[in-house]
Design a protein around this ligand. Structure first.
Ligand code: UT7
Length: 329
């Protein structure tokens, strides 16, 4: 496949205003600011209110992204949305975003790959553009994890936050800018290390489910951590190798923001100094599929990402899934 086929023509993000700090968690659970910072690098995270559904937040984040690309909702040919925390189970989250945004000419569907979802969705969007099925694709990573986490479980609750990031994919301009390589991989045998046991058709809602709290995320943190370090390294290697690049060529690494220690291990593996790594896990916690597009949009608005830079995006998540992309900005 001749690349680049697609490029990112606009980005946007939405972060709920409500901030939940580590001190707030100290008041609720047997935990400490020190423990959370030392083990995860997180200081605070955002929490959506009742009005801030994914459909609402994603629609709000899409507007500036489309405006930056010089487009309107009516120009969108496809919405590919990644989430693990749908507003409702049917129809797809993407269709609910389409309705709120008024993107009436689009095909809309979801991609499920947990924290790797945004990069999986980007890959699908590139394919739609490559096969001339779409010219303008809204790629959305959106999460409201505070509604699917167990607020009484200190081993998971302190990690997660809410938010949305959006990228508008368009055919590459032909000057070398755009997506140079992508990579996706999964290992479904490890699914039970990070999952929601109840609420699906195997274990539908019941009194027992509520008593067990099995509608919430469960995670074997230490095992997930080890796999994350291995998979992020593998994802770095593949995106770089497929683009014919090395770590030295990377101007900015944007890793999935789950844990500062995983981020540091990934950067070290790829021989990328931390000065060239975008970090906002301290301010947002883990926003799963939203973490990379939120960081991407922040990096652009802050002027850390400028034309011609080589950006490496790397993610890992439940499934397990992992993915990466090298992008000439
Ligand atoms: O988004 C992609 C998927 N998710 C991830 O990538 C997350 C990957 N995992 C992690 O980031 C880390 O495993 C955590 C941050 C979740 C945990 O850090 P850890 O260094 O792996 O700690 P641990 O789970 O091994 O727990 C160490 C101790 C335990 O006590 P004992 O058994 O040593 O006495 C826990 O009970 O820390 C205890 N602990 C806590 N203590 C204070 C667990 N949670 C907390 C807490 N506050 N919130």
């Amino acid at each position: 496949m001749k690349r680049p086929i697609a490029h990112i023509a606009g980005t946007g993000r939405y972060a709920p205003a409500q901030v939940l700090t580590n001190q707030d968690w100290e008041a609720r659970l047997d935990t400490s600011d020190q423990w959370i910072r030392d083990r995860s690098g997180i200081a605070e995270r955002r929490v959506a209110d009742d009005r801030e559904t994914i459909a609402y937040m994603a629609s709000e984040a899409s507007k500036p992204a489309l405006a930056e690309a010089g487009l309107t909702p009516a120009d969108v040919d496809a919405i590919v949305l990644a989430t693990a925390s749908w507003d409702r189970l049917l129809p797809s989250q993407a269709c609910d975003v389409q309705a709120v945004l008024g993107a009436k000419n689009a095909a809309a569907f979801d991609v499920g790959a947990a924290c790797s979802g945004f990069l999986y969705a980007t890959n699908v969007a590139e394919g739609l553009i490559a096969t001339a099925q779409a010219e303008t694709v809204l790629v959305i990573g959106a999460e409201r994890l505070t509604r699917i986490m167990d607020w009484e479980d200190r081993s998971t609750a302190i990690l997660f936050g809410d938010g949305v990031g959006v990228a508008v994919l368009r055919p590459a301009p032909g000057d070398g800018r755009g997506i140079l390589s992508t990579y996706m991989k999964s290992d479904g045998t490890l699914g039970d290390l990070l999952y929601r046991p109840g609420g699906g058709t195997v274990a539908p809602p019941s009194e027992q489910l509520l008593a067990d709290r099995s509608q919430y995320i469960r995670m074997a943190g230490r095992e997930v951590f080890k796999s994350a370090v291995r998979s992020m390294a593998d994802a770095c290697d593949h995106a770089l190798q497929r683009a014919g690049l090395s770590g030295d060529d990377v101007d900015l690494l944007i890793p999935h923001q789950a844990n500062i220690r995983i981020i540091e291990a990934t950067a070290k593996h790829a021989s990328i100094p931390m000065s060239k790594v975008y970090v906002n896990v301290d301010r947002y916690g883990n926003t799963s599929a939203a973490s990379i597009p939120i960081a991407l949009d922040e990096g652009i608005r802050e002027g850390r990402i400028t034309a011609g830079m080589m950006i490496l995006l790397v993610a890992f998540g439940g499934g397990f899934t992992w993915a990466s992309a090298a992008v000439r900005w």
